[in-house]
Design a protein around this ligand. Sequence first.
Ligand code: APR
Length: 172
Amino acid sequence: MSTRLLALKCDITRLSVDAIVNAANNTLLGGGGVDGAIHRAAGPRLLEYCRTLGGCATGEAKLTPGFDLPARYVIHTVGPVWRGGRANEAELLASCYRRSFELAAAHGIGTLAFPAISCGVYGYPIEQAARIAVRECRLALAGHPTVEQVTFALFDDRALEIYLRELERSDG
Ligand code: APR
């Protein structure tokens, strides 16, 4: 099993990694779920900074400082809302991981943590989302040797079990 790709049950805002990824919305002005937790932990300067970014398209990603977070950076990405699987959701979710990795590599980020993007309010079935997350991160790690380690930061036992099973299944 590669030690470059891990799954843990934890609160992503507490991870001392170079960057944590936020499951944001198109305004980048905060919300509930992990977005709300990251803004609370980062403090008000994060929102001030995000106001200058002009939002973010679904499937795209933007980088900000981490401010009061232990992580140095936040990569904000906007996952697709699940609409039944026929509105290009899989490709948009894959793009969130790819674009986040591109930003990480461009900024010398060595350790990175992702939440289960789109698997909360946006309703993406987590089994399908986990398969996309693991596949895209394996490909991206191969393509970006400067990114040393990726952690999937899951927030409940079921999500952790699903990701661990997917890591095992896809480990060849
Ligand atoms: N650490 C790690 N994971 C977390 C945390 C946390 N502190 N809080 C929530 N999660 C998990 C949820 O349990 C879920 O599995 O993050 C995953 C993503 O759920 P959401 O945060 O609801 O994100 P998403 O489904 O992508 O919906 C995005 O929700 O919060 C709003 O502004 C956000 O409009 C956007 C939408």
